[in-house]
Design a protein around this ligand. Structure first.
Ligand code: MF3
Ligand code: CO
Length: 255
């Protein structure tokens, strides 16, 4: 069921979004050659707690997952698209790292992701990440009353395909609020003018995942979580939690 949020709920979600944004900034700053993924997860866990929030990810178990999620971040390196589990892996110069974080305040959630360069990355990686951020911005720009869900999906798709990138098949964003994953699903492909009408009070997590090689295929590794490209090509992931208001889209996951 799709629920619309009140002004009070939006204000609290803004607080949760602020925690997420500050955590992503701190992790992006700490993601240097030689740092392990577990060190980043610990840094994030401590920061979220010190800001008086809870982790949306740790212990979360969607129906398809074999185990509760162990981390507070998803850390997805190079050919990992999303849901990479923080482990002892050491980051190396040139790695492309996607960082996904969720936090809640008073039961209301925020969810966002950024892709960061570890040290200097090649121009192709810069372009992949930049285009994914542009796809997100294009989707956000459509998140206004009077439009439909398909307008968001189509805007994301257009940017991704025009640049020649693939998109992880069947994966996308979601409604968010009292639960991290709420209705509706927010596909990264769709037709303009189709789908659910967008109304003020609807809050959506919009999250394009672009694949460098142009293919859409991916697989889930044996841990049941990690999603990687089938052909080993690199991926980028950007996400914001966005409130639809009468005045247009308001990004809740900003510092
Ligand atoms: N942004 C991710 C998503 O919406 C966060 C989920 S990670 C999980 O799928 F570990 F919490 F499941
Ligand atoms: Co999400």
């Amino acid at each position: 069921m799709v629920t619309l949020k009140t002004e009070n709920e939006l204000a609290t979600m803004r607080e949760a979004g602020r925690v997420v944004a500050r955590t992503l900034a701190a992790v992006a700053d700490a993601a240097r050659p030689g740092t392990t993924l577990l060190e980043l997860d610990t840094l994030a866990a401590d920061l979220i707690a010190s800001l008086g929030a809870g982790s949306s990810f740790r212990g979360y178990r969607p129906a398809w997952a074999p185990t509760p999620y162990p981390g507070v971040l998803c850390l997805s390196v190079n050919d990992v698209v999303v849901h990479g589990i923080p482990d002892g892996r050491v980051l190396r110069e040139g790695d492309l790292l996607s960082v996904d974080c969720g936090a809640y305040v008073d039961g209301l959630h925020g969810d966002a992701a950024v892709t960061v360069a570890v040290g200097a990355v090649d121009e192709a990686a810069e372009r992949l990440s930049r285009t994914t951020a542009e796809a997100l911005a294009a989707g956000i720009a459509q998140a206004r009353p009077g439009n439909r869900l398909g307008d968001i999906s189509h805007a994301v798709q257009r940017v991704a395909r025009a640049a020649g990138y693939g998109q992880a098949d069947g994966m996308g964003g979601h409604g968010i609020g009292w639960k991290m994953h709420e209705a509706p699903d927010v596909p990264n492909e769709g037709r303009p003018g189709r789908g659910m009408p967008l109304r003020a009070g609807l809050v959506l997590a919009i999250e394009p995942m672009l694949i460098e090689g142009g293919g859409d295929d991916h697989r889930t590794l044996d841990d049941g979580w990690t999603v990687a490209t089938l052909d080993g090509s690199r991926a980028a992931h950007w996400e914001h939690t966005v409130a639809i208001t009468e005045a247009g889209p308001v990004i809740l996951t900003l510092p």
